[in-house]
Design a protein around this ligand. Structure first.
Ligand code: ZN
Length: 474
């Protein structure tokens, strides 16, 4: 197929680039953390309304969630966006030494200000294209809150907001350009285990007390014994969020531990979680306490989709190289000077894994990394939950100097640079082009769905959130 339609969409995004870069810069400045993205969400909602989208907000108990929609009928193509910041990552823009803006603590250290805005831009450009070419179908922008530490999308999935969606497209800012293959993220549950005992004088009447802290310790011992009998790829890590106080002469009546439980598949995480619930009950029995278990987040693994990957690749081929000025290369070099020794080691390891060691001397990796190279292990993303119910495609584009770690002040600092803007617009172009390709070629939607069924191989979404779990800040 001629690439002409892509040129048209690319031009539409370029025409409007100021609106998009202003939006991402403004959201960078708001730096609102999970479930508090009021101004960021409002800004995007107002923009989408002004562009002729209908908007419904406050979804699945998430006040800052919204869907902006245009068109009618099938297929329904959804662009997923985020806008939450991270705590303790405030940093002045462009500064290469640690320099938080006074009075602020949160910062966009994962680039979600770019993430949401590129998806807005993709939907916006595609709407204009649909109108100009009389294309049928529905497009949506999903404003998804709290990707970090709460898994906001899982609630939207649980409450049915993706039930009629045919394809989902999204991306993540990074330091490389690459199709983001599914299957490399870990599924993840977060759960609090709160033990209740009886306090008493630890010397005067120890026989009358039952220590909740003992129960937390027993539980952690049990979990450590479980490690020998779990799959290699699983990860369990805990934080004692309430140690029962600071007085050794008072038997603690309440203590709490928070665990993150990860494994390649959400079904494996669920099994580990069930075993840990039994361990908690055992710890309570041993110590004469009671336990309250509260699961607060679930992230599922990402289901791969090769049809969408191939389509993303074709559009990525047209958008990359991005092209940088001498000043931008110099800017990136300066940021490479301030990455940590660990980041530098990580960069070497990454170049090796990606089979592209020759890229190491370059401060910006303005090239496309082979889509089949394995990359993206370890972390978790709530896009996974969407991918279990809707065929989902994702892309990475370069928004930062090579070697920049995500969730760092160095990433926050680069978030308003022209490099970040260019990467964001590149992602918007890729997603808009794939969206148009799908609307014009319904057989590709069908093929993506067939792929998705094959990948799932009969497994159904295990709905990892308890029915009564509510989105909340914990
Ligand atoms: Zn992120």
């Amino acid at each position: 197929m001629s690439a002409e339609f892509r040129n048209e969409l690319i031009a539409l995004i370029e025409e409007n680039r100021k609106a998009y870069t202003d939006m991402s810069d403004t959201i960078w400045g708001y730096a609102e953390p999970r479930f508090q993205e009021y101004k960021s969400s409002e800004l995007q909602q107002e923009y989408m309304k002004s562009r002729g989208f209908s908007v419904k907000a406050d979804l699945a108990g998430e006040e800052t969630a919204f869907i902006a929609e245009f068109g009618s009928g099938k297929p329904v193509i959804g662009f997923l966006g985020e806008f939450d910041a991270l705590s303790a990552l405030q940093q002045e823009a462009d500064k290469t030494e640690r320099s938080p803006i006074e009075g602020m603590t949160n910062g966009h250290g994962c680039g979600h200000h770019l993430l949401g805005t590129a998806s807005v831009a993709a939907a916006d450009a595609l709407k204009t294209y649909m109108e100009e070419h009389n294309l049928p179908g529905t497009i949506r922008y999903y404003g998804c809150p709290a990707e970090e530490n709460a898994g906001g999308k899982a609630y939207l999935v649980r409450d049915g907001y993706f039930d009629d969606c045919d394809i989902a497209l999204t991306w993540h800012p990074f330091a490389i350009n690459k199709v983001m293959k599914g299957g490399y993220h870990l599924a993840n549950f977060r759960a609090f285990f709160t033990f209740h005992g009886i306090s008493s004088h630890a010397a005067g009447a120890p026989e009358l007390g039952r220590s909740a802290l003992d129960a937390v310790e027993m539980m952690d011992i049990g979990v450590n014994f479980m490690r020998e009998h779990m799959i290699d790829a699983a990860r369990v890590h805990g934080a004692i969020t309430n140690a029962g106080g600071i007085a050794p002469n008072v038997i603690p009546s309440e203590a709490q531990i928070l665990y993150a439980i990860r494994a390649p598949k959400v079904t494996q995480v669920k099994q580990l979680f069930d075993r840990m619930c039994d361990i908690a009950k055992g710890a309570a029995l041993i110590t004469g306490t009671t336990v309250e278990i509260k699961q607060v987040a679930a992230y599922s693994d990402v289901i791969n989709n090769d049809t969408l990957n191939d389509m993303i690749q074709e559009s990525l081929d047209q958008v990359i190289p991005i092209g940088y000025t001498e000043e931008e290369l110099e800017y990136a070099k300066q940021f490479q000077e301030v990455t940590t020794v660990l980041d530098k080691e990580g960069l070497k390891a990454m170049a090796g894994e990606l089979g592209r060691k020759e890229l190491l001397p370059h401060p910006l990796w303005d090239t496309i990394i082979d889509k089949n190279t394995r990359f993206g292990g370890g972390g978790s993303s709530d896009v996974g939950d969407v991918s279990w119910v809707v065929p989902t495609g994702q892309v990475y584009t370069a928004c930062y100097a090579a070697g920049t770690a995500m969730h760092s002040w160095q990433a926050t600092a680069q978030g308003k640079s022209t490099i970040a803007h260019k990467g964001m617009l590149a992602a918007a172009k890729v997603m808009a082009c794939v969206g148009a390709d799908l609307l014009m070629n319904p057989e590709k939607v069908a093929q993506a769905k067939a792929d998705w069924k094959e990948e799932l191989n009969g497994e159904v979404y295990p709905n990892p959130l308890p029915a009564d779990a509510k989105p909340e800040i914990w």
